[in-house]
Ligand binder design. Structure first.
Ligand SMILES: [Zn+2]
Length: 230
């Protein structure tokens, strides 16, 4: 169904009321309708909600743009779950500093987006590295499991992994954008894989024992898709 240039997916099913949703990340419009409702009624229903649909689509389009960042003033960046406004200044030497709500990024005038991105990844890597260095030994001691080696990687589909053969935990660089408890959740989860290979009952019991609220943290971690912010 098409309405004022907007494509609408209609799904008829055994429900009582019409239900409209605009889905992230691309702003796809979907209407679930009871089997008995005719197309004309669905069309009227959609027409009555058109300004809301447009507003939602606009919001998602704006969020999507954030993934294609250019490292210019006004963009936002999340560090440990806190939002900062990027304030880009030109200078002789690259620098990065957090000042209350601002993230001040100093870059050379002629620097390209790729160079700024490369520098920012270096900065973010340092943020994450410092926290892993602080938190990992605390959890290793608490749990009684020690990881042989860990690395930070930029990953698109996983927050963390444990390589049995190399005995290495890989942390996704993008964890730096999430609240700190998300990093702790990944630390505990991946340390668990030293002992338990799969996410079976014993693994769940282990998670419950050390992080009783891990499910909430996991939901928080997956609330935004990967590669969404930087
Ligand atoms: Zn796992």
């Amino acid at each position: 169904m098409k309405l004022q240039g907007i494509k609408i997916e209609v799904i008829k099913k055994q429900i009582k009321h019409l239900h409209l949703s605009v889905l992230p990340p691309n702003g796809i419009v979907r209407i679930s309708a009871p089997l008995s409702v005719c197309d004309e009624s669905i069309r009227l229903f959609a027409a009555s909600k058109i300004s809301w649909i447009r507003a939602q689509q606009k919001k998602f389009a704006k969020q999507l743009r954030h993934s294609k960042r250019e490292f210019v003033s006004g963009e936002t960046i999340y560090i440990w779950g806190k939002q900062y406004y990027l304030d880009v200044r030109l200078g002789e030497k690259n620098n990065f500093a957090l000042k209350s709500k601002k993230a001040v990024l100093t870059v050379r005038k002629e620097s390209s987006v790729a160079q700024r991105e490369k520098y920012m990844r270096k900065v973010l890597r340092k943020f994450l590295k410092d926290e892993i260095n602080r938190l990992l030994p605390i959890w290793e001691k608490k749990i009684g499991l020690k990881c042989k080696k860990w690395i930070i990687k930029y990953m698109k589909t996983r927050w963390g992994t444990y390589g049995k053969i190399t005995e290495t935990i890989s942390f996704n660089l993008q964890l730096v954008h999430k609240p700190i408890e998300c990093l702790e959740y990944i630390i505990v989860h991946e340390l668990g894989h030293i002992k338990y290979r799969k996410h079976g009952k014993t693994f769940i019991a282990y998670m419950d024992a050390y992080l009783p609220y891990w499910r909430e943290t996991k939901n928080k971690l997956n609330a935004l898709t990967l590669d969404y912010i930087v």
